[in-house]
Design a protein around this ligand. Sequence first.
Ligand SMILES: C[S@@+](CC[C@H](N)C(=O)[O-])C[C@H]1O[C@@H](n2cnc3c(N)ncnc32)[C@H](O)[C@@H]1O
Length: 206
Amino acid sequence: MGLLEDKSRARLFYKYLSTVYDRINPFIWNEEMRAEALELLDLDAGDRVLDVGCGTGFGTEGLLQYTDDVHGLDQSAHQMAKAFEKFGRTGRVNFYRSDAERLPFAENSFDAVWSSGSIEYWPNPVDALTELRRVVKPGGSVLVVGPNYPSSSVFQRIADAIMLFYDAEEADRMFSEAGFEDVNHVTMGPSYNPEIAITSLARVPE
Ligand SMILES: C[S@@+](CC[C@H](N)C(=O)[O-])C[C@H]1O[C@@H](n2cnc3c(N)ncnc32)[C@H](O)[C@@H]1O
């Protein structure tokens, strides 16, 4: 398990990273990638959407282009403080400080669940994916963006020491253990590394 796959360490990490997150983020997770992922999720206006690990609200901002009913959840008070600066604490978005592994919502609460760049910090990704599956309605979708497993063995060793990096096979295993049956993956990334991220879209049967 990587160094940052630990909730309190990830919180400490984001206490400091939150101050520069929005300046660094575009180098690895940019608006073009977000647009590609949003197209896959294919939201309808009025859909109720949960953003798990919303951070400073980069994904949230994209979701708001499609629907006004957006809910953001994160375990880091520092990251959420940055999101509040953009959207207000009680404005257009409903925010919750909570844990991906224990979502504070009833089952079948959302038409779609989005999570970008957060799964790599979850110590028990299958438990959290099971939660995402629980809160999405029948007929809904779950989209998760995470870091693609590097091909070079040197980078693999570094990646494994830091956090969760995974390929399509591992994504299939995690989503299947979490109860999903219909899952597809695409890789995406900036021009200097077009496969840096793996985006999984799971459709939940009616
Ligand atoms: C790389 S940032 C991604 C932020 C945002 N989703 C984006 O697209 O830019 C990862 C976020 O996941 C949050 N996070 C990590 N572990 C979490 C957990 N167990 N529950 C909720 N949020 C978590 C972190 O606090 C951080 O804000």
